[in-house]
Design a protein around this ligand. Structure first.
Ligand SMILES: [Zn+2]
Length: 123
């Protein structure tokens, strides 16, 4: 489990990474999306991010084609933080180890389920 401080830290890192990617893809995005993305970057409060969570998931659908995979992964991690499902395996629900999340903040699966998923994707 992550402490509140660790989660805040990851949230901030992801927000900055995402904003950077969005800035680079700026030309393909309209003003509204850029505004939403800048909100992600400046978001600090839990409530605000929660409120933004729904929009972020919609945003992911809109820009999923335009942005590369890492941006989509960052967005979905931010969505999961907003939904309070961050840090849990999306397959079996197990808590992901803190050090894993620190080094791979967009990780969605525990090590067992990740292996299963990779195999499924390759079959
Ligand atoms: Zn799992």
């Amino acid at each position: 489990m992550l402490t509140v401080e660790e989660l805040e830290n990851i949230k901030e890192r992801l927000g900055k990474q995402f904003a950077k990617i969005v800035m680079e893809a700026h030309a393909t995005l309209d003003a509204e999306l850029v505004h939403l993305c800048s909100e992600v970057d400046s978001t600090r409060g839990e409530e605000h991010l929660k409120a933004l969570g729904g929009d972020l998931c919609g945003l992911k659908k809109v820009i999923g084609v335009e942005l590369d995979l890492s941006a989509v992964e960052i967005l979905s991690a931010l969505c999961r933080i907003g939904e309070n499902t961050y840090g849990r395996c999306m397959e079996c629900g197990a808590d992901l180890p803190g050090p894993l999340l620190q080094s791979h903040p967009t990780e969605r699966f525990c090590s067992c389920c990740r292996v299963n998923h990779r195999q499924l994707e390759h079959n």
